[in-house]
Design a protein. Structure first.
Length: 117
């Protein structure tokens, strides 16, 4: 089955997602928790992109959805958090982003050639 990508984002960045064909819900026009539930209940949605504000507000709902679907053996959407138009809320090191994304810690300095043995 092919999955689609959906986004719940600020109205300032929503047009960009629509331009590339992403099903987009503007966070300032809906209740973010209800929007997350709606998208997560659609079996065709495999990835849900959320701005940091939306992810923070809907954190408990996201956890409930993941626990419920996993307990029933159903696939859960992948939730991806991105900064809003104001930029990231906190500074995160690239190593932490990679570790979260792929589950492996890497030595960026060695890759960049600074830490060669």
């Amino acid at each position: 089955m092919a999955y689609t990508v959906a986004a719940i984002v600020d109205s300032q960045i929503a047009p960009g997602f629509r331009l590339v064909g992403v099903r987009t819900i503007e966070a300032d026009e809906v209740n973010p928790k209800d929007a997350v539930r709606e998208l997560a209940s659609d079996p065709e949605v495999g990835v849900i992109i959320l701005t940091e504000d939306v992810a923070e507000e809907a954190k408990e709902v996201i956890e409930e959805i993941q626990e419920e679907k996993l307990s029933r053996g159903e696939p859960t959407p992948i939730f991806v958090t991105i900064p809003g138009p104001e930029g990231p809320k906190e500074e995160v090191e690239i190593e932490e982003i990679v570790k979260k994304a792929v589950g492996v810690e890497i030595d960026v300095e060695k890759i960049e050639g600074r830490g060669r043995p």
